[in-house]
Design a protein around this ligand. Sequence first.
Ligand code: BGC
Length: 238
Amino acid sequence: SGSKKGIAFNDVAYIDAFPASDIAYAYNWGSSYSGGSMPSNIEFVPLLWCNSESLTSGWQANAQKYIDAGSTHLMSFNEPDLDSQCNIDPATAAAAYKTYISDMFGGKGIKLGAPAVTNGGGSMGLTWLQNFIEACTDCQIDFVALHWYNPASLASDFQSHVQQANQLTGKPVWVTEYGCTGSTDAEVESFLQTVNPWMDQQSYVERYSYFMATSGDGMLCDSTSELSGIGNAYMQAS
Ligand code: BGC
């Protein structure tokens, strides 16, 4: 479809709310999904959330299953720079990435994504990402993945976070979570009308997925599992 848009989901049922032909990919922070199917044009992108045994044990078989079904991308650790998420240092992440991502799936025509960092400052965020890339020598890294949360009024901060990631790493960027905190629906919708077309115009931005396909305040779906106002703005803003 040429669309860069994706769906971040936990429950596959919400995918039905989206016009499938305008969706490039979907992911659920995991290496497999169950409970339903998704339209065949939507690429499910397996993700290895962290380096714990409970996650790495099923990883290779699950990822291979989706590769065999047509997936051409894999993603790695979720917010390694945040205590409450994967929470591992760049050197530990690099060793695990080499084992489970690069050595396991490199050189096979599959595109491999660096761990998805937050927009935190200090040693978090882009600093963590830079340290990871320096530590991951002999690693195949085809794109970097970013998250961003801030008020909707900070569209220019969003744009500079995305741009800096590309400038620092020289790699294509996927924005796999972005969301507006403390903002009205109207503010979020106008934010999306600014940043989505902007991302569509940046050739180094390959894919993006707003947080997230579920119902509730600020989410892409409503209580009847249809697109919310924000969901409609997300899909229309291109
Ligand atoms: C977590 C995922 C979870 C998602 C949506 C993320 O912050 O890391 O495990 O599935 O939120 O609930």
